[in-house]
Design a protein around this ligand. Structure first.
Ligand code: GLN
Length: 273
């Protein structure tokens, strides 16, 4: 069978998914695949493609099938132990890079709830900062440190297994604290896409009954960890959370700005102390 026939014959899935699955199995880039669209696949390759497409049809996210996801133009390893990096999280990274500016090697950064490491690793790479990446999941940290090595920032990143600040030794030593903690509320759980609900780690998504409980605990410990004059950047999910979590930041004396994502949703809180 030719690649072109597979693309034309797969009705149930998006073209992006099918191209992604075929290029993964054939170890080709998408550009190579489209250039060689009339080449034939041998039977073993075709069977492997069919297996991937079957998994995708069952709902498994493409990134968990291929084991990689692009974020900020870098390729990140992912596994079901980590959330798949989201395009909207690039907003937080862009804001962090603006704040850190040049001279990032003198800025100490903490990435709380690092997951695949996407946020902290990109900041280490682009700003040149030293980044402590924290997660409660040891399995997630294994994925993150593999990413740090493959993206070339192992020397500037450190990985710590900790429930929020619990096991962090540094005192009020961080200039910039970044966090994409779980913020989905119980009432929103059923509204998540089925693929997300069934395959992505619940611990990285579910923020408690009200959705803000993890951020509440985080903000409680923040004053002892952030240098005065420092910044905290939090990913959030709604205007209601911008109010509620923004209020918590104001409560500890920070000034707060809200950034929207490209779909107009309040997505990042920037607190400045
Ligand atoms: N934006 C994510 C989602 O729904 C939630 C991420 C999070 O809780 N930090 O899919």
């Amino acid at each position: 069978m030719r690649i072109r026939q597979i693309l034309a014959g797969e009705k149930g899935l998006s073209r992006t998914d099918v191209i992604g699955a075929v290029s993964f199995v054939c170890k080709m880039t998408k550009e190579e695949l489209l250039r060689d669209i009339d080449s034939r696949l041998d039977e073993a390759t075709l069977n492997a493609v069919k297996d991937c497409l079957g998994e995708r049809r069952a709902g498994k996210p493409l990134a968990y099938i291929t084991g990689v996801k692009e974020f900020f133009s870098e390729s990140f390893f992912v596994s079901p132990d980590v959330l798949i990096p989201r395009p909207e999280t690039e907003i937080l990274v862009e804001e962090a890079l603006k704040i850190i500016g040049t001279g990032g090697n003198r800025v100490s950064v903490l990435d709380m709830g690092t997951g695949s490491g996407a946020i902290g690793i990109i900041v280490a790479k682009h700003a040149g900062s030293s980044v402590v990446c924290v997660d409660i999941s040891a399995a997630a940290l294994r994925v993150a440190s593999k990413n740090a090595r493959s993206i070339g920032v192992a020397g500037r990143t450190r990985f710590v297994c900790s429930d929020l600040f619990g096991a962090i030794k540094e005192g009020p030593g961080f200039d910039v604290i970044l966090a994409n903690l779980p913020y989905v509320a119980a009432s929103e759980w059923e509204d998540l896409m089925a693929d997300v609900r069934q395959y992505e780690p619940r611990g990285a998504l579910y923020g408690g009954q009200r959705g803000v409980e993890v951020y509440e605990r985080f903000v409680r410990d923040l004053p002892g960890r952030m240098k005065s004059g420092g910044h905290v950047l939090l990913e959030i999910g709604s205007s209601a959370q911008a109010e509620e979590i923004g209020g918590m930041l104001k409560g500890i004396g920070l000034t707060v700005n809200v950034k929207k994502d490209y779909s107009g949703t309040e997505r990042v809180l920037v607190g400045h102390g």
